[in-house]
Design a protein around this ligand. Structure first.
Ligand code: SF4
Length: 471
């Protein structure tokens, strides 16, 4: 039976979480011409910028109100008013998003009130200026992203919607994914003959080309006009429950746009659920091209099952990513032995227990956990594969197990932001990558479907030497 455990140490060792403003900044990058003002000290802008630049390999520009000792004592309102004016005069953005920080929240700066004062004094500035609460002591980077989406859903869509009026599109909230994932989702929607309205779309802004002259704003991103019309969409699909799920329900409650909140479409069943939802919303049938991709994924799983069946896997990361990944791991015949997140969400943990039991696998679900906690468990009872972001490399090196890099940040490999893990194509890539990592780890000689071990010692917990598919 699966179980839930919580880390009871007060101190974190090798935490897996980032700070909340980074989530809001990332989501804001998906709006064409939008600029972020980080209301806090300079470091609160620099840290997320560096994290994002290392992962996406793009310059990340964020403004800061540069709070100092004096503004910390007397309040940062003056700095914020000046920052809003400067940003408008220098860049003429399509939208400004002001996110708070630990500092500005703790001193109690009234960001919405300051924005109101600014817009009252500058009636000529008609772009949307929104504020997002992102103190890092409430939640983590995923909370920042989710709070941003809730603000967008509450404030941007056009409320003047006539009965039956529609833009013919489907709102799709990808959540915290990579640019390559958004492109793969777009491919599926396009193949279905549908039009997505992406909330939000950083597939190009954070994975752009080299253009001369450099455009004033990065190419791509959802336009403000599209965001305005999102209240007229046919439905909203959130592919992550904890990032965007609540925003989808806001669309349903406020604008009568039906909400569909799904598990991240990683693996066969989860991708089927996404495709089925698209067919439910419209009367479009699944095209042959997607059926072929699905069949290719099944074939890849059949071809590799003798190498992956029975292996134990440890996973760590954000709740939505883990929920999707566990499905694929089980479909490949592996056991997600440890599933660790820094999130404290008990409902998520309970859901994961149900899910793993439905999938017929036994897992320890660890909430509020850090990497030290995961390492302890792996030392006590080893696994064959570790899945998580780059910080897992220290465990992987120590225990001599392969690490499948996934999630955020991946900073010690190049181009991972471009690959996709969603959809049938994303799952095929994952099946290939997982199998190849297992081959490499065993330093094996692979002949046809036979692995011959070359005697490399490792903490294997399950047999991996197979002869023609048999132990
Ligand atoms: S003080 Fe808070 S908002 Fe600023 S960088 Fe640290 S965790 Fe992030």
């Amino acid at each position: 039976m699966s179980c839930v455990t919580t880390q009871d140490r007060a101190v974190s060792i090798n935490p897996t979480r980032s700070c909340a403003p980074i989530g809001a900044m990332l989501a804001n990058y998906g709006i064409h011409g939008a600029i972020t003002i980080n209301h806090g000290s300079q470091g609160c802008a620099t840290y997320p910028r560096h994290q994002m630049a290392r992962h996406f390999r793009e310059p990340v520009e964020v403004a800061t109100t540069s709070l100092t000792e004096k503004t910390t004592v007397y309040g940062g309102k003056g700095n914020l008013l000046e920052a809003l004016k400067n940003i408008w005069e220098r860049f003429h953005p399509t939208m400004i998003m002001v996110c708070s920080t630990c500092l500005s929240e703790t001193i109690g700066d009234d960001i919405p009130g300051t924005i109101d004062e600014f817009t009252d004094n500058h009636p000529e500035i008609t772009i949307p200026i929104i504020s997002v609460k992102t103190p890092s002591y409430i939640g983590n980077h995923t909370t920042g992203f989710d709070n941003f989406l809730k603000e967008i859903a509450s404030n941007l869509p056009d409320k003047r919607k006539k009965k039956g009026e529609t833009n013919g599109k489907i709102n799709i909230i990808p959540g915290w994914v990579n640019p390559g994932d958004i492109r793969e989702l777009k491919h599926i929607v396009r193949e279905m003959g549908l039009h997505g309205l992406w909330l939000t779309d950083y597939s190009e802004t954070l994975d752009g080309g080299y253009y001369e002259p450099r455009p004033h704003f990065a190419r791509g991103g959802t336009t403000i006009e599209d965001l305005r019309s999102s209240s007229k969409s046919l439905a909203t699909i959130a592919i992550q429950r904890y990032i965007g799920g609540e925003a989808a329900h806001i669309y349903e409650r406020r604008y009568n746009v039906p909400a569909h909140v799904l598990t991240m479409p990683i693996g066969l069943a989860n991708t089927d659920a996404f495709v089925d939802t698209l067919t439910e919303i419209t009367d479009h049938q699944v095209p042959e091209a997607l059926n072929v991709e699905r069949a290719r994924l099944l074939d890849a799983m059949v071809d590799t099952h003798m190498f992956t069946s029975g292996l134990r896997v440890a996973l760590f990361g954000d709740p939505d990513l883990l929920e999707g990944l566990v499905g694929l791991v089980a479909e490949m015949g592996m056991t997600p032995a440890y599933v660790l997140t820094s999130s404290e969400s008990k409902p998520w943990a309970e859901r994961m227990v149900e899910l793993t039991e439905e999938l017929g696998v036994e897992s320890e679900i660890i909430i509020k956990g850090d990497l030290h906690e995961l390492h302890k468990r792996i030392k006590a009872k080893p696994v064959d594969l570790l899945i998580g972001h780059s910080k897992g490399k220290f465990i992987a090196d120590d225990e001599k197990i392969p690490l499948l890099r996934m999630g955020f940040p991946v900073e010690d490999r190049f181009g991972y932001h471009r690959r996709s893990i969603v959809g049938y194509n994303g799952a095929i890539s994952l099946v290939d990558e997982i199998t190849n990592l297992l081959f490499e780890r065993k330093a094996s000689l692979v002949v046809s479907n036979t692995i011959v071990e070359l005697g490399v010692e490792g903490p294997t917990s399950a047999p991996i030497t197979f002869m023609n598919g048999k132990h």
